[in-house]
Write a protein that binds this ligand. Structure first.
Ligand code: HEC
Ligand code: HEC
Length: 442
């Protein structure tokens, strides 16, 4: 091969590696594939709950109360909600919160949206489950300076709390450390960020994004390579990366004792971030503009920089503005509220001396199980564990009941005072049928 031939091969190879980075070919960037990206960014249709801590309305309601209960702290004046403020998307609007010792904490308070889909918790991933995480701040001297065992005895001495724990944990009706952290975790899993304009684009509405925002999406998945780390509907790969922010915090490296992971932090979700400035583990960047400028020309060169971080790329002022415009579409237009509404219980015919309760779920537009056998005096509890609103109607001897709208998390309880065959349907999804046979009590 001639020298000229060799250098053209080298040029093509260089072109290829750059092209691989931006998802294109040597001939230029690949055309934007809307069908592909709509699949990649599609929202899930239900919230995952671990089998050893299923969500019930009673447990979630208890967790919501505990989240605001200052008795969990050693000083009696700090609750989870002191830092994770619902009206600030469960963050606190400051770079780093003031610790109880009067000095700022080391890291920024992260917003708590979509925790249910996490793989590890805290900026450095040191907690392996949300349940494990919940105990952390209570016993952290600088956050709540509490003592879990003391908090447990204080709560157990409050009859109202003891009752709420008994309802939330019917199989083990005690105020314990495990039940306390389970209830808080079950509540946190209900904090699902609402759909935004971007989700309208994902579900097929081409007009949902303005031209600048759409151009920003193309940069996000193209030249900016943001999607290498901010993946899927939550915009995180749940991995740890050093993105070249100045600072001494070793992050994941310290947890693992692995130098190669120094300065690496968990990729944050980008949902509802309009409401959670300032940004990054240390709150060092005030705006989306600052964030985009950091990626474009602020990265500190270090051996630990993530291999997924794009190198040698430039963004024009217009392109930076387009990226920011796109980031804005991942947030609600008004301060968001969790999509899950406070759960309600609707009842008919339930008497105080009910002898037993059987529970039926409604996930994926199906009653589960689809047939149930009860005895007179027993209570049927139908829990909406679906993402859809349902409506329970039940007909049978001496009973004709219509529940009204039953939101996700809402429960319908029905008492049976006579034997017979009953049919329950959902008025909104009539293909959902539950057959109930009530046997006489011997
Ligand atoms: C004094 C402020 C403060 C209080 C009080 C507080 N947190 Fe936090 N929270 C933080 C900070 C700061 C972090 C990040 C710490 C880190 O990553 O090292 C955090 C991290 C978390 C995370 C991890 C989020 C993620 O994306 O990984 C969860 C979940 C959480 N807190 C829940 C709670 C719960 C539940 C309580 C009450 C029991 C609570 N917090 C009390 C400041 C606070
Ligand atoms: C190599 C992986 C990677 C790439 C590529 C990447 N990010 Fe990030 N992003 C992260 C990590 C990790 C953090 C948190 C870093 C920290 O706090 O130390 C972060 C933080 C952010 C934040 C702040 C979120 C918050 O709540 O603090 C925004 C916004 C953001 N990135 C947007 C982008 C955009 C836009 C691009 C493309 C130009 C991009 N990212 C490319 C991994 C990445």
């Amino acid at each position: 091969m001639t020298r000229a031939g060799l250098s053209s091969v080298a040029r093509v190879l260089a072109g290829l590696s750059l092209a691989a980075l931006v998802g294109g070919t040597a001939a230029g960037p690949a055309p934007f594939d809307a069908v592909h990206w709509r699949q990649v960014f599609a929202r899930p249709d239900h919230t995952p709950n671990p089998p050893d801590n299923p969500a019930t309305p009673e447990k979630v309601a208890l967790g919501a109360k505990l989240f605001e209960d200052k008795r969990l702290s050693g000083t009696g004046d700090v609750s989870c909600a002191s830092c994770h403020q619902a009206e600030l998307s469960f963050s606190d609007g400051v770079p780093t919160h003031m610790g109880l010792d009067g000095l700022p904490l080391d890291r920024r308070t992260p917003p708590l949206w979509n925790m249910a889909w996490g793989l590890s918790w805290f900026w450095d991933g040191r907690a392996p489950s949300i349940e494990a995480q919940a105990g952390g701040p209570i016993e952290n001297a600088r956050e709540m300076a509490g003592n879990l065992d003391r908090a447990v005895s204080t709560l157990a001495a409050d009859p109202q709390m003891a009752r709420a724990f008994a309802k939330a944990f019917p199989d083990n009706p005690m105020v314990t450390r495990a039940n306390l952290t389970k209830a808080i975790a079950a509540f946190e899993r209900t904090l699902v960020s609402p759909e935004t304009r971007f989700d309208r684009w994902v579900t097929g509405d081409d007009k949902a994004l303005e031209p600048d925002e759409f151009a920003g999406l193309k940069l996000f998945v193209g030249k900016g390579a943001c999607v290498s780390c901010h993946q899927g509907w939550r915009f995180t790969d749940e991995a740890f990366h050093d993105i070249g922010l100045p600072g001494d915090d070793l992050g994941r490296g310290k947890v693992l004792g692995v130098r190669a992971a120094d300065h690496a932090f968990k990729t944050p979700s980008l949902r509802e971030r309009v409401w959670t400035a300032p940004y990054m583990h240390n709150g060092s960047l005030a705006t989306f503009e600052d964030v985009v400028n950091h990626y474009a020309d602020g990265v500190v060169s270090r051996p630990t920089l993530s291999a997924d971080l794009p190198r040698n790329f430039t963004l024009t002022a217009t392109e930076r503005a387009q990226l920011v415009a796109f980031l804005n579409t991942l947030s609600s237009e008004d301060p968001p509220r969790a999509t899950s509404l406070p759960a309600r219980t609707m009842s008919v015919g339930v008497s105080a001396e009910a002898v037993a309760t059987s529970t039926v779920g409604q996930k994926d537009r199906k009653f589960s199980p689809r047939a149930i056998l009860l005895k007179v005096g027993e209570v049927l509890r139908i829990v909406n564990d679906d993402t859809r609103v349902h409506n329970v109607r039940i007909e049978g001897p001496g009973l004709s009941y219509n529940s009204d709208g039953q939101n996700p998390g809402d429960t319908v309880t029905i008492g049976f005072d006579r034997p017979g065959h009953f049919e329950a349907i959902c008025g909104i999804h009539p293909e959902m049928r539950l057959s109930v046979d009530v046997a006489p009590r011997k």
